[in-house]
Design a protein around this ligand. Structure first.
Ligand code: ADP
Length: 490
């Protein structure tokens, strides 16, 4: 097995990867920026190296600095986590050129799936149903008009090299198409360095359902069922769950086998996700994410498989530890992304120093967090503080557990979206599993509900907050006593 893995990432996912390494007896190397000095992941690693200043372009995206650190520390592999360099074919190629294993698909596969137009084309050739649209990037307004007329308005203009829901533009009619095309290209150019965009039919309030896949170097490819990620804000996922309330076992098997075929078609090796939109009992390919995903824990909770360990094994050349017929989906798991943002102020990011921290625990609870009581949320990076994941024997038990865990979760000093998650967990439509990507926009009273929840008197949250505050007071008294003691000795 690998002896030492460098984790080219930060925050919760760096800790998550290092946990798998520790269980496998692999030593870990963290690389951190000046903004992350003393943070949990840097302390968790067996060794930690400063690689640059806070801006990601000069630290977590600095390929040379990361590879130099890997060589100097004697790491035999690099795990890129998600985001930053995880899907960058140049980075994968640079690792291989130095004889360091890149934990993920080959540079060639990253290149193909990173270009969403090329990926669409490959899927069409493999017979996978795709969202109606054109398999080409468009710059000419006349061509855009032809495509839009053929598929019918509304359409969506999407960046070919995009991610994170950035730069996607809905176009309702022909009159606004030309301007929308121009502005979408300019946003894509600024955000991703590639102006290419393509056009798809805009589906009304579809569900987002994705299939987790694993492929090894011997050509075994399996799927671990689906995750439903329909609860989104600004096209970004907020709550994910497995299994989806929308799928029958027949549909699950059909989507799973389409995802496996698609992966086989491109020679996929590693962990990955095939994303689909689901509307009126039909599913349409959206994109392939060639990396570990934020929401992977819900799949781990219902299958019992450690996806990060599988990733590491695959890149070491081991066969998958399981076969398709071993996979059982047991119970229900839900994940809430806990973000540092102001739920009462338009959900704008609210970084800052954490004063008190008390994560939930007890049966069926998992917290994947990048912070601890003395941590802070940096304005330089994604404001996600932690992922709260619960498991229950069925969805009702999961929801009840999530409600309890959210009440127990105390984070003081910064604002978080915990009250929002609490409102969703108490929502009738959510409980009924009637989800769609427009859920948050449609459930307009969620903000009102959130206010009521936070104003409930003498709540568990309030009482636990006092415990956290008390602990701080006790620590302050102890520190003062120690100082007094020292002074007394002089
Ligand atoms: P990104 O890679 O930027 O996250 P995706 O293609 O994965 O972009 O889409 C993100 C989300 O945007 C989807 O989950 C869905 O909510 C919405 N979306 C994308 N394409 C369409 C479409 N053709 N019609 C309706 N919604 C869409």
């Amino acid at each position: 097995m690998f002896e030492k893995i460098l984790v080219a990432n930060r925050g919760e996912i760096a800790v998550r990867v290092m946990r798998a390494c520790r269980e496998m007896g692999i030593r870990t190397v963290a690389v951190y920026s000046e903004a992350d000095r003393g943070s949990l992941f840097a302390r968790y690693a067996d060794e930690a190296h400063l690689i640059g200043p806070a801006p990601a372009s000069r630290s977590y995206l600095d390929i040379d600095a990361i590879i130099r650190t890997a060589i100097e520390s004697g790491a035999d592999a690099i795990h890129p986590g998600y985001g930053f360099l995880a899907e960058n074919p140049r980075f994968a190629a640079a690792c291989e050129a130095e004889g360091i294993r890149f934990i993920g698909p080959s540079a060639g596969v990253l290149e193909l799936v990173g270009d969403k137009v090329a990926a669409r084309r490959a899927m069409v050739e493999a017979g996978v149903p795709v969202v109606p649209g054109a398999n080409e990037s468009v710059a000419d307004p006349d061509r855009a008009r032809e495509i839009a007329r053929a598929i019918g308005f509304p359409v969506m203009i999407k960046p070919a090299g995009g991610g994170g829901g950035i730069g996607m533009t809905i176009v309702e009619d022909e009159a606004s198409l030309s301007n929308a095309l121009k502005s979408a290209r300019s946003i894509a150019d600024t955000a991703f360095g590639i102006a290419d965009v393509y056009i798809e039919k805009y589906l009304h309030n579809p569900r987002h359902i994705e299939i987790q896949i694993l492929g090894d170097s011997e050509g075994n490819i399996i799927h671990l069922g689906e995750r439903e990620c329909s609860i989104q804000r600004r096209h970004q996922k907020l709550i994910e769950e497995s299994p989806s309330t929308a799928l029958t076992s027949e549909l699950r098997a059909a989507m799973g086998s389409v995802a496996v075929d698609a992966a086989r078609r491109v020679g996929y090796q590693g962990a990955g996700t095939v994303e689909f939109l689901f509307s009126e009992q039909k599913f349409y390919f959206l994109e392939v994410n060639a990396r570990i995903q934020v929401e992977h824990p819900v799949t781990e909770m219902v299958t019992g498989i450690d996806i990060v360990k599988e990733q590491i094994g695959i890149d070491f050349g081991l066969p998958l530890s399981v076969r398709q017929h071993d996979i059982r989906i047991s119970g229900s798991a839900i994940e809430c992304r806990i973000n540092a943002e102001d739920p009462f102020g338009g959900f704008v990011p609210a970084p800052g120093r954490i004063r008190g921290y008390h994560p939930p625990a007890g049966p069926g609870i998992r917290v994947d967090s990048g912070v601890c009581s003395s941590g802070s949320v940096s304005p330089y990076y994604d404001p996600m503080v932690a992922k709260l994941i619960v498991w229950g024997r069925d969805r009702d038990e999961s929801i009840g557990r999530m409600q309890r865990a959210l009440q127990e979760y105390i984070i003081t000093g910064i604002r978080t979206n915990i009250p929002f998650h609490r409102a969703v967990m108490e929502n009738r439509r959510f409980a009924a599993g009637e989800l769609g990507t427009h859920f948050i926009e449609e459930e307009t009273h969620l903000v009102e509900e959130m206010k009521k929840i936070t104003e409930r008197e003498n709540s568990l949250t309030e009482r636990l907050s006092k415990v956290v505050e008390d602990k701080k007071r006790v620590a302050a008294i102890a520190a003062a006593a120690a100082v007094a003691g020292m002074q007394g000795r002089e």
